[in-house]
Design a protein around this ligand. Structure first.
Ligand code: ADP
Ligand code: MG
Length: 290
């Protein structure tokens, strides 16, 4: 009942919402080396929510499994030009970007299974940690005057990472200014976090001095369990500034949407999961990074 009342209030508040555009493109990597914590769901649903709020958004799929590409209904069979070509063969990012059908201003640079080879092929390359950063910068610098169908301007770039701390994740962390960490509200959640934060610190020291953990989002949150509340409290105590007030509830709709090549925002726009991601998107736009 409380959930229903809150959803109703949230729906009214979010209806017809138009988000403020950032002054310059915000590049955000969604990272956590743990699998199954909601990285991909967060990437695609936040991206769709931002785009539905009037912003121009690119999702870069850096996971060879291509889950973000699937969820956005993007063709990513083995022959499609993808992030593999961008990272390993220096193909311009603009040439692999596809428009997402669901929302006018949402775009995706897909991952194919080839990307699994990139992790190894990158090892011997010059400036191997900077490949994605270079590709994104070149694209942003040239997009405005570019021809073809791609976006002319981007407000947000969201990068979906694989569940590891290998070179694909390193490239993603070097390309971004901000990291968003999804945390599943469960017992071991904080243990992996220490390792992730230590790696982010190393990135900052050696490869990307500007990198900040700007956002932490609690996912698969079940308000009925004391454990979830306890984890949330711990996370908020450690990261009072970064942790979103919005939590993403456990919702079957969120897990069903990808099998229809849709985000939960179009699959079931009034579900609690869709509303929560829209509220999280609103928070993101209201927390600019200095
Ligand atoms: P990751 O990218 O970190 O591996 P995913 O976003 O793919 O995590 O989520 C892992 C699984 O959990 C997927 O099957 C996804 O559909 C499901 N899932 C993610 N978020 C939720 C949620 N809020 N409620 C229910 N299921 C979820
Ligand atoms: Mg994933």
């Amino acid at each position: 009942m409380r959930q229903l009342t809150r959803d109703h209030a949230r729906r009214r508040e979010l209806e017809g919402l138009v988000f403020d555009a950032p002054q310059s493109t915000r590049i955000i990597t969604i990272a956590n080396q743990k699998g199954g914590v909601g990285k991909t769901s967060t990437t695609v649903n936040l991206a769709a929510a931002l785009a539905m709020g009037g912003l121009s958004v690119l999702v870069i799929d850096m996971d060879p499994q291509g889950n973000a590409s699937t969820a956005l209904g993007i063709d990513h069979h083995a022959d499609v030009p993808s992030m593999y070509e961008v990272l390993v063969e220096s193909q311009p990012l603009g040439e692999v970007i596809q428009r997402v059908e669901e929302v006018e201003t949402l775009w995706c640079a897909p991952a194919t299974i080839d990307l699994s080879g990139a992790e190894i092929e990158l090892v011997s390359m010059v400036a191997r940690e900077n490949r994605l950063r270079g590709a994104v910068r070149d694209f942003l610098a040239s997009a405005e005057g570019a021809e073809g169908e791609g976006p002319r301007h981007l407000d947000y770039v969201l990068i979906d990472c694989p569940p590891s701390l290998g070179l694909l994740t390193v490239n993603s962390l070097v390309a971004a200014r901000e990291v968003l960490i999804p945390i599943q509200a469960e017992y071991y959640a904080l243990e992996g976090l220490t390792l992730l934060l230590r790696n982010i610190d190393l990135m900052r020291q050696h490869l990307n001095p500007e990198l900040v953990v700007s956002s932490i989002l609690l996912t698969m949150y079940d308000a009925r369990t004391r454990l979830a509340a306890q984890v949330a409290e711990d996370v908020r105590t450690h990261f009072p500034e970064q942790t979103f007030a919005t939590t993403i509830p456990r919702s079957v709709r969120i897990s069903e949407a990808p099998s229809y090549g849709q985000t939960v925002l179009s699959y079931d726009p009034t579900s609690s999961g869709a509303l929560a991601y829209r509220a999280a998107a609103k928070e993101l736009t209201e927390r600019p990074v200095a």
